[in-house]
Design a protein around this ligand. Sequence first.
Ligand SMILES: Nc1ncnc2c1ncn2[C@@H]1O[C@H](COP(=O)(O)OP(=O)(O)OP(=O)(O)O)[C@@H](O)[C@H]1O
Ligand SMILES: C[C@@](O)(CCOP(=O)(O)O)CC(=O)O
Length: 502
Amino acid sequence: MESQNMYAVSAPGKVLITGGYLVLDQQYTGFVQATSSRFVCLVLKNDKNISDNNSVKVTSPQFIQGQWNYHWNNETKELSEDATNASQNYYIQCTIQNTLLIASSLSPDFNDLISSGIKIIIMGHNDFYSQREQLQKMNLPRNFTSIRSIPDFCEANCLIKDVNKTGLGSSAAMITALVSSLLGFFKIIDIPASEEEAKKIDTKNDFSLNFLHNVAQYCHCLAQGKVGSGFDVSAAIWGSHVYRRFNPAIINDLYKLDKKELTAEKLVSVLDPKKNPNWDAIVKPCHIPPGFTMRLADIATGSSTPKMVSKVNAWKKANPEEAFELWSKLSSYNNKINILFEKLTQKCQSDSEAYWTTLNTLKNYTVKEWKQYEDKVSKDILDLLIEAYNDFLQVRCCLRTLSEKTETPIEPESQTHLLDACMECPGILMAGVPGAGGFDAIFCIIMEGNSSNGNVCKGIDAIEKLWQNWTESSVCPLCASQSNFGISKEDPNLYLKFIPSN
Ligand SMILES: Nc1ncnc2c1ncn2[C@@H]1O[C@H](COP(=O)(O)OP(=O)(O)OP(=O)(O)O)[C@@H](O)[C@H]1O
Ligand SMILES: C[C@@](O)(CCOP(=O)(O)O)CC(=O)O
């Protein structure tokens, strides 16, 4: 197929390292690390001889009944569901409805590209869904080697409504990939195809990515029926960064409009960053420092973020002074972590030799042993590392206070035991519950050192063993590590093999 007739993108998942709950409020920020696990979305134009006018056929090949067929009416500008659809997927339907509405008004090629119908293929990396059952079926132990041996985009063998998610932000990555593949296919935006290209982009002024951001945030809020902080959509676009949310009032007004009032022009007037100067989200690039790696584990029980958020919000409303004090304390430790990550990254640039010697030495020891190696490493860098370790303990302490006050299991006791054990492994800088916390997942930031020196990473081996032998809760590693890159244009040819033949 000719390349102008197909378009593919991928968007990463997210781990909110600091800023859970606080980031809902524009006053505070959160540090979100993007993951190497990504969602892929591919849009293909139908062959001219197929008379399937204005059809939009979506396939999610990993799921049973993962097929949703629609028809776009160019007169009414509405997407209607085919009567034969076995199930509904509101997330997909409302995202396509709104993106096609925008495309119909902005793309000179819209009629030509939609007239013979389009196909959309959506695939999420295995990490977005729990792979415990798959490992059991393959008779494999729960370790990194096993989890990586599961075939790419593995079938979930269930309906999408029944899948166990891992908290990496499947809906945000899926919606962002879907919006961007459609806006790219209809030639409305340009998407970077490499990390180098993305690094040159001005996050404040780039039209394509800011427009994409605004449309994806709107669609995600519409699909979820609420305005979350939007850090997950932001990470799917910008990759890792310190995020300050947009003012929710910007899109709230759109929800009040009825179908007739919600025209393409109205949507564009609110979502186009050139037409609406009120968009005020702030994206400050930030990432875990060089020589560190992130590992994640899925915890069997799972938690409901909306329920936890409403309990925390209710307590905050009833106890404004106490909440303000706790929010201020937590925010100051969160900010310290972000600053320490920046300082360590700068040290790696300004004093590279000392930086790598320090990491390559300390990575083999637990934090309690680090001081013994003081004379072999850079004192400045050691101090920054110990400060980061201790500040993160304070972050966890504030989260436990929040758990107690709100009677919400943000860092529940069983997670505390597991995280404490992780933080005692060699080379572990921090271990925590991401985002809203609870029983969904944990992350570890591990000192890996200069991987070119070829040594094994003791920290990764240690947490792998710890997780495998842990009995208090059921811990299953994920494949993902950190990756700072956000939305990416992909070569569609790489994904054609995943399209089912029927
Ligand atoms: N592979 C997929 N194909 C089609 N739709 C998907 C896919 N993955 C997710 N979705 C859509 O996203 C919805 C799940 O969104 P929800 O907001 O509940 O999850 P989430 O909060 O993003 O979960 P998590 O962060 O754990 O991944 C599904 O019901 C479905 O509509
Ligand atoms: C609690 C909150 O701040 C973070 C939720 O993060 P997660 O989906 O649990 O990773 C909510 C939000 O920011 O939308």
